[in-house]
Design a protein around this ligand. Structure first.
Ligand code: NZQ
Ligand code: ZN
Length: 387
């Protein structure tokens, strides 16, 4: 077991009715609020009006139009400008992970004199950030409980993870009823993303019985509840359990004391959504079984056996490789059953830019350190196998 330091300072308000605490939470930081949101879903579900009702007496400025795979230009830059010009006290991010990630980059940039891209690429250290409060409306990323965000820069095909202890939300509001309207496509993608967050921590060299059990239960919970959410989008219990399981995803709690895996699937997926602006969870679902097949070997098979037996209930008496291959097929079949397109071509990616993307991943994502190290040729092969 590895040594670690752990702290998550975010206050979680979980369950229906908790939005009643929004104004008291925001008031801790001041009266000038930057409200950030996406393409309009919060207006359709009545949440925008509800926020204004709850924040009577606050001075609210707005940054609308934050896109999935949030863009540095214009969203981050515009948000930083508003924060500086209006002397904003606190950011209220309302929407999915993209809105929250963008808000984290704005929060850092607002307290920095130079180009915020310096912070996102770690050329400069983040030494402060505006406080962030969020109302998360999509169960997926775990951004509501972690210190990171992912920002895209279209002109350079960059999709970069940015994290700093200053970027933990001060408080996150998680009301599962706000996720009832999430489309089947985004529900399935969110489920795949959260499963992937667990797998990125599960497939490593050094884990514990405790963490393995926690993560195996997380994966089973996501599969059972993800299906229920598709069947009945207003199943409160299923939406709630899915939401909480997703929330644990990226802040490290699933794998305290484990060795680092370097998140190879996210490293590869970042290129897919940077070059083609695809839905993150779908990109992950497509490459996951292909990566599993590629890294399965005498050295890794035991980990796949544990995964297959404990997550899918595969008979432990079978041959090790038979169990591993069944587990990979179960993973693939689950994503298919959620209606996720399972080839790159189906999401608009062909062979044309695979070389370029593999090169980009190899030089930017550090996958030579991954659980199973991957070089440029390995990455390209996994992309080809995903076509
Ligand atoms: O833009 P609006 O109109 O709000 O619509 C959104 C968007 O079109 C819609 N939506 C959100 N809540 C809804 C809803 N539609 C109906 N009802 C609701 N209640 O869903 C669409 C997708 O939203 P987005 O925020 O992009 O989805 P998600 O939460 O999956 O976020 C994906 C982004 O998060 C990053 C990904 O790379 C991607 O850019 N990630 C962030 C992580 C983190 N901070 O820790 C970890 C993840 O690995 C992930 O990389
Ligand atoms: Zn993810």
């Amino acid at each position: 077991m590895q040594s670690f330091i752990y702290r998550t300072p975010t206050r979680l308000y979980f369950g229906k009715g908790q939005l009643g605490h929004l104004s008291e939470e925001l008031a801790k930081y001041g009266k000038k609020v930057l409200l950030t949101y996406g393409g309009g879903s919060i207006k359709k579900i009545g949440l925008y009006d509800r926020v204004y009702e709850l924040l009577d007496g606050f001075e609210i400025y707005e940054l609308p139009g934050i896109q999935p795979n949030p863009k540095y230009d214009p969203s981050v830059l515009d948000g930083v400008k508003i924060c500086k010009e209006k002397n904003i006290d606190v950011i209220l991010a309302v929407g999915g992970g993209s809105v929250l990630d963008c808000s984290k980059a704005i929060a850092g940039g607002a307290k920095y004199d130079g180009d915020p891209w310096d912070l996102i690429t770690y050329k400069a250290e983040t030494k402060a950030a505006l406080p962030i409060v969020d109302i998360i409306t999509l169960a997926a990323t775990g951004s509501e409980y972690d210190a990171g965000g992912v920002i895209s820069r279209t002109e350079t095909n960059d999709k970069t993870s940015y994290s700093s202890p200053y970027l933990y939300p001060a408080a996150s509001f998680l009301d599962p009823t706000l996720t009832f309207t999430v489309s089947k496509k985004q529900t399935a993608a969110g489920c795949a993303d959260a499963m992937n967050h667990i797998m990125e921590q599960y497939f490593c060299d050094d884990s514990t019985l405790l963490n393995d059990g926690f993560m195996e239960a997380g994966l089973r919970s996501l599969m059972v509840n993800g299906k229920k959410c598709l069947e009945n989008p207003e199943d409160y219990t299923a939406r709630a359990e899915m939401m909480l399981t997703c929330t644990y995803g990226c802040n490290g709690i699933y794998s305290l004391g484990n060795s680092e895996s370097y998140w190879p699937l996210h490293g590869m997926e970042h290129a897919l959504s940077a070059y083609y602006d695809i839905t993150h969870g779908e990109g992950l679902a497509i490459i996951t079984p292909r990566w599993m097949e590629y890294v399965l070997s005498d050295k890794t098979v035991d980990r796949f056996v544990k995964y297959g037996v404990n997550v899918f209930g595969i008979d432990s008496k079978l041959d090790k490789f038979e169990i591993a291959k069944k587990a990979i097929k179960e993973t693939y079949d689950f994503f298919v059953s959620m209606g996720i397109p399972m080839t790159l071509r189906e999401v608009g990616i062909d062979e044309k830019r695979l070389d370029e993307m593999a090169h980009h991943v190899a030089i930017n994502e550090g996958l030579e350190n991954a659980w199973v190290p991957l070089n440029e040729a390995d990455i390209k092969k996994i992309f080809e196998n995903s076509l």
